[in-house]
Design a protein around this ligand. Structure first.
Ligand SMILES: Cc1cc2nc3c(=O)[nH]c(=O)nc-3n(C[C@H](O)[C@H](O)[C@H](O)COP(=O)(O)OP(=O)(O)OC[C@H]3O[C@@H](n4cnc5c(N)ncnc54)[C@H](O)[C@@H]3O)c2cc1C
Length: 349
């Protein structure tokens, strides 16, 4: 029988992070069967190595040339329908499944909800970590439960949605990094119903595609077209998508900014007292779009995306991120918070 996991030492990470940062990891554990996680973590050789799960590396910046711990990469990738009765299907997805393949699988099985999240890179197991969201939809809306191995409790656990504390690019998993290893997710997906077109550009894209009706499959196609046009392709210029979260501020702060600067975009949130600003707008207004320092740059295509145009190191990309955030802070008095996980350094300005 094949081993449930394998270990490799002194592993290059260049092909394992979408920033294409040339770092190395002391150890990489590839896990084929998540039930073996307790045995893996009990391996004598790993006792002094801090573990960190690495999915597809599309939301991490290795800001060190060497990660001195053990990266855990889950490869289990099966998808199965657990309950098909009624208007929804309950779907169990292993953590190692590729997210965008899951979106296609759902569409092929007549299940909807994930179409607005098409083409987000990464593994399904990473989706709950920052509650991935795009085009007006967050995955937490469909998450019935998250299966984990809880390192603190030394036991497997199943967290229902209430325990996940999903928020904007936030969850209990993000707040307590490395405590829980997500082994699978359960999604409750509707079989019918209206698609989400609250993001204005979606309706326009469907119109530009020949006036297509907003079926889940057409919405996914529209989302993919917009994303390919707007976002730099990591295969061409290394990046981790949006580098900063949109700042959430009080309504008073937003109003004050609007009185001082013309055209500040302000978006409502579910809470009455707070609203969201556009980090991309703030960065662009501060003059950073297209800025380049060596191979570390702010994308000319999208101001929210930092790009590696060749040989940029993690520390160089982090230094640029700090400069961008410092200048936005100075000009607008607004703090920017990074969205990707920064490994081996702190973000502080
Ligand atoms: C071009 C591009 C576009 C993007 N667009 C979006 C977008 O629209 N919306 C959005 O929300 N994000 C977006 N992202 C960010 C990223 O794709 C998502 O956050 C994705 O879920 C990360 O998956 P991953 O497997 O690459 O995770 P990784 O980058 O490998 O890991 C990210 C974090 O999750 C943790 N983690 C990963 N897997 C597990 C697990 N099984 N158990 C416990 N912890 C785990 C890691 O330790 C790390 O802290 C984009 C990224 C790129 C490059």
């Amino acid at each position: 029988m094949a081993s449930a996991y394998s270990l490799a030492w002194d592993v290059p990470l260049l092909g394992r992070n979408t920033f294409h940062v040339d770092a190395r990891a002391h150890c990489l554990a590839t896990v084929h069967d998540a039930t073996a996680l307790p045995s893996l973590l009990a391996e004598p050789a790993l006792q002094n190595l801090p573990p960190m799960v690495l999915g597809a590396g599309s939301n991490v910046l290795f800001a060190t040339d060497r990660f001195a711990g053990c990266l855990i990469h889950l490869q289990c990738d099966s998808i199965r329908i657990v309950d098909d009765a009624g208007a929804h299907a309950l779907v169990h997805v292993d953590a190692g499944c590729e997210w965008d393949a899951l979106v296609d699988w759902a569409l092929d099985h007549g299940l909807q909800g994930l179409e607005n999240l098409a083409l987000i890179p990464g593994q399904a197991g990473a989706a709950p970590i920052q509650n991935i969201g795009a085009y007006g939809v967050e995955v937490g809306k469909f998450m019935a439960a998250v299966h984990v191995y809880d390192r603190q409790a030394g036991a497997f656990d199943r967290l229902t949605t209430e325990r996940c504390a999903f928020g904007y690019r936030d969850s209990v998993f993000k707040r307590e990094p490395d405590r829980r290893i997500v082994t699978a997710i359960e999604l409750l997906l509707p079989k019918a119903g209206a698609t989400h077109l609250s993001y204005a550009g979606l309706g326009e894209e469907l119109a530009a595609m020949g006036g297509l009706s907003p079926t889940p499959r057409n919405v996914a196609a529209a989302v993919r077209r917009i994303r390919r046009r707007k976002l730099p392709d990591p295969a061409v210029a290394g990046n981790a998508g949006s580098f900063f979260k949109n700042p959430v501020v009080t309504r008073a702060v937003a109003t004050e900014l609007q009185s001082r600067f013309e055209g500040v975009p302000v978006y409502p949130t579910s809470g009455d007292a707070v609203c969201k600003l556009s980090a991309a707008w703030l960065i662009e207004q501060a003059g950073w779009r297209g800025f380049r320092d060596g191979d570390a740059a702010v994308s000319a295509q999208h101001a929210l995306v930092l790009v590696n145009l060749g040989q940029a190191t993690g520390p160089q990309l982090l230094a640029l991120a700090r400069r961008v955030a410092a200048s936005v802070q100075e000009r607008f008095g607004v703090a920017l918070e990074p969205e990707p996980r920064i490994v081996g350094a702190k973000f502080q300005l």
